[in-house]
Design a protein around this ligand. Structure first.
Ligand code: FBP
Length: 275
């Protein structure tokens, strides 16, 4: 086999087939709703109550709520993942305890993620942190390993650290989206700017990298949250990865139902909330 053939083969495997199948496994009609449950590490049990602290509850919710994917760290996946919903395994993470410039390093190998059944890996990059170079470098290696395992690589890109004044400023969010494309993420998870027009630019900057909105702390009301989701969809995002706004609700399955109608069936907020 000549060098050119090797290059063409590996290019078409990694970029055309592997990548495409990888992220498409989390979408229906190019839309997706992912259930995030890595907050136990990121924030600590402060986010939880007597019901939602339990990964078994979240696994059941992911299944019954018809989510396109569930996001766990390795420990939860090893003990609670049942294979019924596609898995995204976070391979880096940190606690909220250290102060200073944020950094999250790799804590699970891509090989182990594949062994526990993940179809994608997730990795957080704190863009603008004094340590961003370490995370960019690590993500670069992890993305290549993930594609070699036929898995998608999803980047959580959160602008954070002393150099960032406003993490949802339109130019910063667009920079986060563009970074996802530049570093080879199949999908990027970013915060909403708060309005459709500026978020459209972020989605455009992400190019062929799919854009998911990051859920955020519990909104003041269901309708307010759903309006944000409608906004990101109107701007061209494929959906959202959400945790607290679903499992902190007194009726998580109801919110899941609304999200399915809004995102997967492309309905209006009012229509999605009808009984
Ligand atoms: P939420 O919907 O609960 O915000 O979850 C999305 C997420 O990206 C989680 O995957 C992650 O644990 C958390 O947000 C990080 O939150 P923070 O912005 O506080 O670092």
């Amino acid at each position: 086999m000549c060098a050119e053939e090797v290059l063409t083969r590996s290019y078409s495997y990694n970029v055309t087939e592997g990548t495409k199948l990888g992220i498409d496994g989390f979408l229906s009609n190019n839309r997706g709703v992912l259930l995030a449950f890595d907050q136990g590490l990121e924030h600590g049990p402060t986010d939880f109550n007597e019901r939602n602290y339990d990964p078994a509850f979240i696994m059941k919710l992911a299944e019954e709520g018809g989510f396109n994917g569930v996001i766990f760290q390795k420990g939860l996946a090893e003990k609670y993942y049942n294979g019924k919903v596609p898995l995204i395994l976070k391979v880096n993470g940190k606690t909220s305890l250290p102060k200073g410039e944020p950094i999250a390093r790799q804590i699970c190998s891509v090989k182990r993620a594949a062994e526990v059944g993940a179809k994608a890996v997730g990795y957080t990059i704190y863009l603008g942190s004094a340590h961003e170079h370490l995370m960019l470098e690590e993500f670069g290696r992890i993305q290549e390993e993930a594609h070699a395992h036929d898995m998608a690589a999803i980047a959580w890109i959160y602008p954070r650290g002393q150099s960032i004044q406003n993490d949802i400023a339109p130019e910063i969010v667009a920079y986060a989206a563009r970074t996802g494309l530049e570093v080879g993420a199949d999908a990027v998870k970013i915060k909403y700017t708060g309005d459709v027009e500026t978020f459209k630019w972020a989605v455009k900057c992400a190019g062929k990298t799919k854009v998911f909105m990051s859920g955020g702390p519990k909104a003041r009301s269901e309708v307010e949250f759903l309006r944000q989701v409608r906004g990101v969809l109107d701007a061209g995002a494929v959906g959202l990865a959400v945790g607290r706004n679903v499992w902190q609700s007194s009726d998580p399955l109801k919110i899941a139902h609304y999200l399915k109608r809004l995102v997967l069936e492309d309905r209006s907020v009012e229509d999605a909330m009808k009984n």
